[in-house]
Design a protein around this ligand. Structure first.
Ligand code: FAD
Length: 507
């Protein structure tokens, strides 16, 4: 899946005061141990690293597969492989279970705002100045994201060369376990009706399929607003073969370089006490180490392990295992603009449910309400803040201290009611603008340096403007359902200002 970054140029944050609500807890050990007896803390692993040795000193258990990164891809992969093979899955974060910030839809924004080292999300900012979050918890992105689920388009499956039959057989396996039909809140209904009225048709109703037109997709939140993550997919693995270690921060992949080609043989990881361990794959011919650390973490892990551009590796004193100029190159992120539509009464909270899929490669989505307590607007919301974060109305590179102070001052005088409303998001699929990633240092816990070069390709900018035009049309349309279900659209001056700002910032 593509990395999902926010370029929120124009909205306000609706949330309750976070200072008291944030807990960095990563789940209580006792609650989930019974259901997932194969998940253990990294310190329980018996092998301790033999200092600089890159070879197994024998004796310890070896695995058919070692999967590095227990996220959206890593968990189902480990579960599937464990049916026939022994698998070690290593995840740097804790568990998502019993962590209320992760588990509840109403707390969606809290994890993203929590920038503490124990948070399930790792704060990340690219050199473009755009704020983002990287998952740091079992379940990966599914433990911190907006929970929207859809099947891939058939053309995408063909383009990337996957076996379409196998892909189609795999969808129900995931869907049965963690995907739900959304409750479909009034704001979502209003946006669906609006999309159909402005011509994003046909109405495809509720479907997991990726179809042109307007649809309601799946969600990993159930009807009680509880999140179901990829970590739950581990339950369908073979518990005799599956070994999952949490708080296992993989430092690098180890290679045997004595043969014709380097061969991955093991990994070094640090446990929660900072002690190094080594784990190895078996000598079976098909044994593998699979890196599923996410769009940022995977190239970072390859570079840390000595696979990448030779010159860059040498600068950081990393021994070169394989000179490869492509590692860390051609990285891209889907730009996303958001419009806030003020309404004359509070709107129930919802994450992504309605989606307009256009043929021009722009997706229109909707979300609404974030714990709208009267004091929320006076709080600083960190990564998701309107001062400096994804929700800032000031473009990333123009966020001077004066601009931030001016924003904070103005925010104080805003009435709570100004924050009643919903969001409409316009997202670009398959951006043509490409960037690059390189290591900042040799510490795997630190973010690498990433540049996405948003909108450097003129086609991306054109598409983005087209997306905003659809949103503009949609809001101006003010379909009957807005008034009936959600409330009258008001504050049109504010809406016009947002559109103006987006246009100005695009120039
Ligand atoms: C705020 C937000 C909202 C989003 N909303 C949606 C949405 O609604 N729908 C949707 O489809 N997509 C959404 N996405 C995108 C989606 O979550 C990601 O595309 C997806 O999770 C990527 O899966 P992955 O397996 O590649 O990486 P991840 O799920 O990020 O998994 C990588 C895992 O590797 C671990 N890891 C990294 N480095 C190491 C290391 N050195 N040692 C051990 N473990 C390591 C991480 O902790 C993580 O658990 C959203 C993303 C964000 C940030």
């Amino acid at each position: 899946m593509a990395l999902h970054t926010k370029l929120f140029l124009s909205l306000f944050l609706l949330s309750s005061c976070l200072a008291t609500l944030i807990t960095s807890s990563q789940g209580d050990y006792r609650f989930w141990q019974q259901q997932f007896p194969f998940i253990r803390r990294a310190s329980s692993f018996s092998s301790v690293s033999s200092s600089k040795s890159t070879r197994s000193n024998g004796g310890e258990k070896k695995f058919d597969y070692i999967v590095v990164g227990g996220g959206t891809a890593g968990c189902p992969l480990a579960a599937t492989l464990s049916r026939n093979y022994s698998v070690l899955l290593l995840e740097r974060g804790g568990v998502p279970f019993a962590n209320i910030n992760v588990s509840l839809l109403s707390n969606f924004h809290l994890t993203l705002v929590d920038t503490s080292p124990a948070s399930a999300s790792q704060f990340f900012v690219s050199t473009d100045g755009v704020f983002n979050a990287r998952a740091r918890v079992l379940g990966g992105g599914t433990s911190i994201n907006a929970g929207f689920y859809t099947r891939a388009s058939t053309s995408y499956v063909k383009r990337v060369g996957w076996d379409a039959k196998l892909v189609n057989e795999s969808y129900p396996w995931v869907e049965k376990q963690i995907v739900h039909e959304p409750v479909f809140e009034p704001w979502q209904r209003a946006v669906r009706d609006g999309l159909l009225e402005v011509g994003i048709s046909p109405n495809n109703g509720f479907t997991y399929d990726h179809l042109y037109g307007t649809k309601i997709g799946g969600t990993i939140f159930d009807k009680y607003g509880r999140r179901h993550t990829a970590a739950e997919l581990l339950a369908s693995g073979n518990s005799q073969n599956l070994h999952v270690l949490i708080h296992a921060r993989v430092q690098k992949v180890l290679f045997d370089t004595t043969g014709k080609k380097p061969r991955a043989i093991g990994v070094i990881f640090k446990d929660e006490n900072g002690v190094n361990h080594e784990a190895f794959i078996s000598r079976r011919r098909k044994s593998e180490i699979i890196v599923t650390c996410g769009a940022i973490g995977s190239p970072q892990m390859l570079l840390l392990s000595g696979i990448g551009p030779k010159e860059d590796l040498k600068k950081l004193n990393i021994s070169v295992v394989q000179d490869n100029k492509f590692v860390g190159k051609h990285i891209s992120d889907n730009p996303l603009n958001t419009i806030f539509v003020p309404l004359n009464r509070p709107v129930k909270q919802s994450l992504i449910e309605t989606v307009g899929i256009t043929k021009m490669g722009v997706y229109i989505e909707a979300s609404s309400g974030y714990s709208q307590s009267p004091d929320s607007i006076h709080c600083h919301h960190g990564v998701a803040s309107a001062e400096i974060g994804q929700l800032s109305t000031i473009p990333p590179k123009r966020r001077t201290q004066e601009a931030i102070e001016a924003f904070k001052q103005n925010k104080k005088d805003l009435p709570h009611e100004a924050f009643h409303g919903g969001f409409i998001l316009a997202k670009l699929a398959y951006p043509k603008s490409k960037g690059h990633l390189r290591l900042n240092n040799t510490n795997p816990d630190d973010n690498p340096i990433v540049t996405f070069n948003y909108f450097s390709h003129p086609k991306d900018l054109q598409k983005c403007m087209k997306g905003i035009k659809i949103v503009e049309k949609l809001v101006r349309h003010q379909s009957a359902s807005y008034c009936y279900d959600v409330g009258q659209v008001h504050g049109s001056a504010d809406f016009k200002r947002q559109i103006r700002e987006i246009r100005r910032n695009m120039k």
